[in-house]
Design a protein around this ligand. Sequence first.
Ligand code: EAX
Length: 324
Amino acid sequence: MKALLKPLALAAVLATAVTGAQAQTILKIGYATSATSHYGVGSTVFCEEMEKGTQGRFKCQQFPSSALGGEREQIEAVQLGTQDLVNTSTGPLGNFVPEVRIVDIPFLFRDYDHARKVMDGPIGQDLQKKMAAKGLINLAWTENGFRHMTNNKRPLNNAEDAAGLKMRTMENKVHMDGYKTFGILPTPMPFPELFTALQQGTVDGQENPIPVILASKFSQVQKHLSLTGHVYSPAALILSPAVWNKLSDADKAVFTAAARKGAAAQRKKVNDDEASGIAQLRAEGMQVIEKVNGESFRRAVAPAYANFAKEFGADKIAAIQAVR
Ligand code: EAX
């Protein structure tokens, strides 16, 4: 009996080793903008690091330019396990994890240093736990950037100029409540529909970070850009629990480290686009107002903070503001 088992057991071990060496899991990753955009740069670094760190046992198949749908759809697919990864803004994320909405409050963050410190610190980590509880494994906070307004009607120097504009927003209640205080008529719409809506004049304008405005060629359909920086737009690299729960602890560590490297590369691309993008958009024909009266926007949104405090807790908002 023993003599018979031994060769069998050895054969079994060999078979596993052979399949093990060959088995490769392809993970589908989607994002809104092009492969060369900030999302593409961040996702590519993540994918390369993940593939290297798992000796090729895991590999990505990338779906840029909203090929897998809008961000809400993609988050839902990742939650269900029909898509493996999404690199997405927090735009529609609050519809899945309401606590995340706090980071979408207009004029909450002073600058990039502040925002990145909060997202990478205990507050951001706590939100990652809230996401995990809802079946969304946030491997790392990536970045979309500070959002600025574009439109086809007039140059915006202050909040009064924005009043009455019909503007596409993300499917995000905090943004919509905030922007209403500027007198804007918010029109929520998934990102893949936006270019056509601007082209056809369904909306007068939209708001997005410079990297998105560049990558999506909005200069072709929008005349005016104002550097309002009215809200920070965080992003996250989210993995499906269907994948995560099957990973070894060692692979989990590889995925997480790879995501952090991806996030760093994505943020660097945001910085680079901000540095060179204004000149490029001018060259493409946009009229840019760099010195916007930010105070007029801040004043307008101030009363809405009472409602935000009711929803999220004044202490929680203050804790974010206090991070230096
Ligand atoms: O995440 O929907 C949006 O305006 C987002 O900023 C864009 O899809 C990138």
